[in-house]
Design a protein around this ligand. Structure first.
Ligand SMILES: [Zn+2]
Length: 147
């Protein structure tokens, strides 16, 4: 069985042990993790599907969300778990744009992809715009000036 390139991309793959499951690549830690079956029913396109899975992965693997939840909610003054969760989700979306800019661009990710995710705020869209579009345009212009 070909385990690479599920849905025609290299960052999703069919799980080797379970045909119903799929794997996702995190460009931040460069590790594979199991994709959500629920998200697969919501997102049919590979890019939004990966991004949606990355948000959950980021909360759990990069922030240890559940372990720190009680402490962080009280410490940072969030009113509810949902409020905290939404804020963390948006932070995750911005972190990927900031830290994985070149990877996202190389794999064809666009601002439209992040806008397909639930609750994406104007602040997050602005960061994606800046990293994926504006800075690219700026770099191209700078090169032209130097040359
Ligand atoms: Zn990761």
């Amino acid at each position: 069985m070909d385990t690479a390139g599920w849905k025609g991309v290299t960052y999703l793959r069919v799980d080797e042990d379970n045909d119903d499951a799929y794997g996702c690549l995190c460009p931040l830690c460069n590790r594979w993790f199991r994709g959500s079956e629920y998200l697969e029913t919501v997102f049919k396109e590979p890019r939004p599907l990966l991004l949606a899975n990355l948000i959950t992965h980021y909360r759990h693997e990069h922030l240890h969300y559940d372990r720190n939840y009680g402490f962080v909610v009280h410490y940072k003054g969030y009113a509810t778990r949902d409020e905290y969760r939404s804020d963390i989700n948006e932070r995750a979306k911005r972190q990927y744009a900031r830290k994985c800019t070149e990877w996202l661009k190389a794999n064809g990710f666009t601002v439209e992809d992040i806008q397909k995710l639930k609750g994406t705020t104007p602040k997050t869209v602005a960061v994606w715009n800046k990293k994926l579009i504006l800075e690219t345009t700026y770099k191209l212009k700078s090169k032209k000036v130097k040359a």
